[in-house]
Design a protein around this ligand. Structure first.
Ligand SMILES: CC(C)(COP(=O)(O)OP(=O)(O)OC[C@H]1O[C@@H](n2cnc3c(N)ncnc32)[C@H](O)[C@@H]1OP(=O)(O)O)[C@@H](O)C(=O)NCCC(=O)NCCS
Length: 150
């Protein structure tokens, strides 16, 4: 079930770091926007999703992660779909999410949720992160921008 997190956001840092390896970066946007947790019936936190409003009617999924051990079981999809329903009810029009060229799993995940690629920011990761990120044997260099109308 979806929960809006009102306080103690730092407690979700370990989960948020699964999606973004830079703690400094995660901390820089953590106080902003809306933080949601997906919890089991036993109140265990399974996933987390951080939203920022980027323009009137438009939000960005800044970070999302499902706990290791729970991935690949449909929880991420349920979490995103619940947040999209909530945003639509609040009359938001568009959701943006940005990920790396090497994050093959994320490229599949977001497209299965109806997001389409809308742009590439070349060399974003090379410029922003000090250490080279390699995933699936591919250097992470470019930022892929996805959009989905609501
Ligand atoms: C990316 C992530 C949030 C997906 O959540 P999840 O619970 O594992 O995904 P789900 O089980 O809900 O998968 C939903 C769909 O995406 C597909 N999918 C998910 N991960 C995939 C992968 N690595 N490769 C291919 N397809 C994948 C599933 O097959 C499923 O397809 P279906 O709808 O046809 O059944 C999760 O794996 C995660 O936390 N990863 C680490 C952090 C991260 O990279 N976050 C994203 C930052 S932008």
């Amino acid at each position: 079930m979806l929960h809006l997190i009102e306080r103690n956001r730092d407690a979700y840092l370990p989960l948020l770091l699964l999606a973004d390896p830079s703690e400094a970066m995660v901390r820089s946007y953590l106080p902003e926007g809306e933080l949601y947790a997906w919890r089991s019936e036993e109140e265990e936190t399974i996933g987390v999703l951080h939203l920022l409003e980027i323009e009137p009617g438009g939000v960005e999924i800044k970070n999302m992660a499902v706990r290791e051990g729970y991935q690949g079981q449909g929880f991420g999809k349920q979490l995103v779909q619940a947040v999209l329903r909530n945003l639509k009810e609040r009359e938001y029009r568009e959701v943006v999410v940005r990920t790396g060229n090497s994050s093959i799993g994320n490229l599949a995940f977001y497209q299965k949720l109806g997001f389409r690629m809308s742009g590439i920011e070349f060399d974003y990761f090379t410029r922003t992160y000090e250490d080279t990120i390699v995933e699936n044997g591919i250097p992470c260099r470019d930022l892929i921008i996805f959009k989905r109308p609501l």
